[in-house]
Design a protein around this ligand. Structure first.
Ligand code: PBG
Length: 354
């Protein structure tokens, strides 16, 4: 008999045997940014999360920074009237996110600012890239990979020029990291901006609340393509989750294309992918310079909040346990809507949750 219980019989003993921990330095806080001033709109399916105008974002980020979280991820949300078929508002000069980056960097120079690079929040049809008539199905539309790449690269360039530290392409177009890296490398002013690939991003139902927040669900293309059928979902570009190995191939490709960070998304249902990716590409391997990131997405957040609100789960303890689980699987950084709450409750967490 091995007396494992000796390792658990006091708080001090349990602390000595713990080899995974959670720090505020591990956390990245996502924000949804809207035009206007003094605007704050609650997102019903994500309790505690709001869309913020740039002035409110800066106030909010100041509080986050004081609580100890020094990394944010920005999503732009534009009004329907500002959307078009090509998602022009994503990469127009002085676009919403470029202005948000500038404001954040001037108020909080120590804040690491990451921007999401994707067209879905800006296209009238809600897809992550440009549409074209399908080559395989008459009367249907497809999302066109190669013509989307220069637009993603241009979007990344405008954010990097504004001072973004990291750009994070999430459109799941093949070659997006290489296209962005090449564009950033053309100019000394943008060459130090890093790329965080949403490398293993699955076509997940857990993004539902995000699409409410960002108004980015695939919708309508009838204005530009009368009579054509729009793809109803993102399954032709985001990954099918019924595969064990493709996530690792996607990650390998992003590393080869020059990503400094690679991501698995969502987090909780995909910890196997994260763990295997960490074994293959994480610390102690030939690509140890690349950091592993996991995204605890909107649906994971909504699910835990809902159970806690019903009194079915203890909020603090499930937040902490879920994040430790993601760390244990190998994430060095976690994007989570709980980031600020975890940082603000830090003392309680240390005292209560071990
Ligand atoms: C943009 C994007 C999405 C998310 C991050 N970037 C939505 C999607 O792919 O539909 C989801 C994040 C979340 O659910 O919290 N493509």
């Amino acid at each position: 008999m091995i007396r494992f219980r000796q390792t658990r019989d006091s708080q001090a003993e349990r602390d000595r045997h713990a080899d995974v921990d959670l720090s505020v330095d591990d956390l990245i806080m996502p924000y949804f940014v809207v035009e206007g001033r003094d605007r704050q709109e609650a997102v019903p399916s994500m309790p505690g999360v709001s869309r913020l105008s740039i002035d409110r974002l800066v106030d909010e980020a100041r509080g986050l920074y004081c609580a100890g979280v020094s990394k944010v991820l920005l999503f732009g949300v534009v009004d329907d009237k500002d959307k078009d078929e090509r998602g022009s508002a994503a990469y127009s000069s002085d676009n919403l996110i470029a202005r948000a980056v500038r404001a954040l960097k001037s108020a909080l120079p120590g804040m690491t600012v990451i921007t999401d690079i994707c067209l879905c929040e800006y296209t009238s049809h809600g897809h992550c890239g440009l549409l074209r008539p399908s080559v395989s199905e008459a009367g249907a539309l497809d999302v066109d990979n190669d013509s989307t790449l220069p637009l993603l690269a241009e979007m990344a360039r405008t954010h990097a020029m504004a001072g973004a530290d990291i750009v994070a392409p999430s459109a799941m177009m093949d070659g997006q990291v290489a296209a962005i890296r090449a564009r950033l490398d053309e100019d000394p002013q943008t060459e130090d901006c890093q790329v965080m690939g949403y490398s293993a991003k699955y076509a997940s139902a857990f993004y539902g609340p995000f699409r409410d927040a960002a108004g980015s669900a695939p919708g309508d293309a009838s204005a530009s393509w009368p009579g054509f059928k729009l793809p109803a979902n993102r399954k032709t570009y985001q990954m099918d989750y019924r595969t064990r190995t493709q996530g690792l191939e996607e990650i390998a490709a992003d590393i080869q294309e020059g990503a400094a960070y690679v991501m698995v998304k969502p987090a909780m249902p995909y910890l196997d992918i994260l763990a295997r990716a960490t074994d293959k590409f994480g610390l102690g391997t030939e690509s140890a310079h690349v950091k592993m990131v996991a995204y605890q997405v909107s649906g994971e957040y909504a699910m835990l909040c809902a159970a806690a609100e019903n009194g079915w789960l203890d909020r603090d303890r499930v937040i902490y346990e879920s994040l430790i689980g993601i760390k244990r699987a190998g994430a060095e950084l976690i994007i989570t809507y709980f980031a600020k709450e975890v940082a603000e409750k830090r003392l309680t967490l240390n005292g209560y949750l071990k």
